[in-house]
Design a protein. Structure first.
Length: 104
């Protein structure tokens, strides 16, 4: 597997995982941090902005995984790269957002 494909799969997993907190808060009607808030990543954006941000992340994940690479769910190496990107961003998000919402 080429390094560029590996990077795209890893990044695709990261974008997919990053969509989860934004979509769940957005569709629940709660404001949540986004990079477009003021200050970026700390201030709150509306639930609508979070839904849009979540879908932008899903679109980026789709483009990276299914359009810019040849993802094969039966290739354990590819699945692990996708999962590693998702896991690392999930842990980062838990620590970052936890400082605002009482978790760590």
């Amino acid at each position: 597997m080429h390094l560029a494909v590996s990077f795209r799969l890893f990044l695709g997993g990261a974008f997919f995982a990053n969509s989860v907190p934004h979509l769940t808060n957005g569709v629940s009607g709660r404001p949540f941090q986004t990079p477009v808030a003021s200050p970026p990543g700390k201030g709150l954006s509306s639930s609508t902005v979070n839904v849009l941000w979540g879908f932008a992340n899903i679109l980026a994940a789709y483009l990276l995984v299914f359009r810019a690479s040849t993802f094969n769910v039966q290739d354990i190496g590819q699945v692990l790269l996708l999962g590693a990107g998702a896991l690392i961003v999930s842990v980062f998000n838990a620590r970052h957002f936890g400082q605002f919402h009482g978790g760590r």
